[in-house]
Design a protein around this ligand. Structure first.
Ligand SMILES: *Cc1c(COP(=O)(O)O)cnc(C)c1O
Length: 459
């Protein structure tokens, strides 16, 4: 083995000396060189490709945790960032403001569904969810409804991993251990089409699940601040997808029962589902919308929680009334991050991104179609630039593989050996590439995934 100073081996060894990685059992990486899962040092990115220290490359099939839209080291975003870095890197955001934040707020308000006219900045997705939860509770308190302290979330939901965001999440992997520390949400069954009855259409599942939600609201609306959902796709919960009718019905129920509608578009915003925002497909405006991930094209951490003038006005009063919204992060509205978000919006403005995505998504669908007949594939589903293949032990009963067999991990390891970054969620192999992939790139991802699936099922 060539042990040059910047080789994969040396960098991985140094990493494992000190770094504790997210979403990782560090034991998988073992002592340097011995683990079953390699630590991959990436030294450069270009377009949809990542390059490691040994010069091997990987097609980023997961957009680096769903953040990247227009490729790594995107020249246009990098130029905006460089210019901003030489102008103003950061300034306190209380009592002070700056042009990138002002422009970004103006442009976001124009882009999002109507009525979301106020923008609160934060610096990551979980924080944006915390802001929405606190603001919703505080709104009701300021209106004289301090008895509203609870939140309704969907089964299978994921809204982040800080204690508040985790409280309204229902993915056992992340939640179970910390449950004693969390608020108890009121869970309503997800409209997830995969969980429908045999023969039931996605629209019928949505209608039935709206019935469940109505029943829950009849009992709990008096103590409920808001219903929080991931519009159209529950991503971390397994790329589970549902019909837009659910969002239309949810809007009507929230109005009828006087609770807020929080749309967490952190993963699905910015064109992922085929429209700029997923809520558009249901023609609804939520009371709160959380955005992060793609907001900066995947360049820097930034998040916003958008809300209505009606919510804003409930906090707007004489100082002595004590009604102000107090939530502060040191890096709120960071100008560098805002400049990369503006460059990202420029790309959406200047290029036919959604149109191009439609063609790419159609190509991906064509390539995945044959997998429907695979004896261990229970479902192939897609919403825009998100597609997922659900692997099961038994197709007829949809009985899953035991989680401990870690078959998805085998697909991941196969991908690393064949120039693809695919990172299945359990036994769900999914594709969520940057929008700059070519049809040939998609072919590559699908071919590697198919071979990886064959390997994962081999014993
Ligand atoms: C990723 C994600 C979050 C959390 O965002 P972070 O920036 O990772 O804290 C919240 N909600 C959804 C739907 C997400 O996919």
């Amino acid at each position: 083995m060539n042990k040059q100073l910047d080789s994969n081996t040396i960098l991985a060894e140094r990493d494992l000396q000190h770094i504790w990685h997210p979403c990782t059992q560090m034991h998988d990486h073992g002592m340097p060189g011995t683990g079953r899962v390699p630590m991959v040092p990436i030294v450069r990115g270009e377009g949809a490709w990542l390059y490691d220290a040994d010069g091997r490359r990987y097609l980023d099939g997961v957009s680096s945790w769903w953040t990247n839209l227009f490729g790594h080291a995107n020249p246009r975003i990098a130029a905006a960032l460089a210019e901003q870095a030489q102008t103003l890197e950061h300034v306190i955001f209380a009592g002070f403001t700056h042009p990138p934040a002002i422009q970004l707020a103006e442009r976001l308000v124009q882009l999002v569904p109507a009525g979301l006219d106020k923008v609160f900045f934060a610096d990551n997705g979980s924080a944006a969810v915390e802001v929405a939860l606190k603001m919703s509770f505080h709104y009701w308190l300021n209106q004289g409804h301090g008895e509203k302290t609870r939140f309704i979330a969907l089964s299978g939901s994921y809204h982040g991993e800080t204690l508040g965001a985790l409280s309204v999440s229902d993915v056992a992997l992340y939640r179970k251990i910390y449950a004693p520390l969390l608020l108890t949400p009121i869970l309503t069954p997800s409209p997830d089409a995969y969980e429908g009855e045999p023969g039931e259409s996605p629209a019928q599942v949505a209608a039935r699940r709206l019935g469940d939600l109505r029943a829950l609201l009849e009992r709990h609306a008096h103590e409920t601040c808001a219903v929080i959902v991931e519009p159209l796709v529950q991503c971390a919960g397994g790329m589970r997808m549902y019909h837009p009718d659910y969002l239309t019905g949810l809007r009507a129920l929230c109005d009828e029962f006087d609770v807020h509608f929080i749309a967490d578009e952190i993963a699905v915003g910015f064109g992922r589902t085929g429209t700029m925002f997923a809520c558009e497909q249901a023609g609804v405006s939520p009371d709160f919308m959380c955005l992060s991930k793609g907001l900066t094209g995947g360049t820097l951490p930034l998040a916003v929680t958008l809300t209505t003038t009606r919510v804003y006005d409930a906090f707007y009063a004489e100082y002595a009334s004590g009604k102000a919204f107090l939530h502060s992060h040191s890096y709120t509205g960071n100008p560098l991050a805002c400049s990369t978000a503006l460059a990202t919006l420029d790309i959406f403005r200047d290029e036919p991104v959604l149109e191009r995505n439609r063609a790419l998504a159609a190509h991906l669908a064509r390539r995945l179609e044959p997998l429907r007949d695979h004896p261990n594939v229970a479902d192939v589903r897609q919403t825009g630039m998100i597609a997922a293949v659900e692997l099961v032990a038994d197709k007829a009963s949809r009985c899953p593989f035991p989680a401990g067999e870690r078959r998805g991990l085998r697909v991941y390891l196969h991908g690393l050996q064949h120039e693809a970054l695919l990172r299945p969620l359990g036994n769900i192999v999914y594709f969520m590439p940057p929008y700059v992939v070519s049809e040939a790139d998609i072919d590559h991802l699908v071919d590697v995934a198919k071979a990886g699936i064959a390997k994962a099922l081999a014993d």
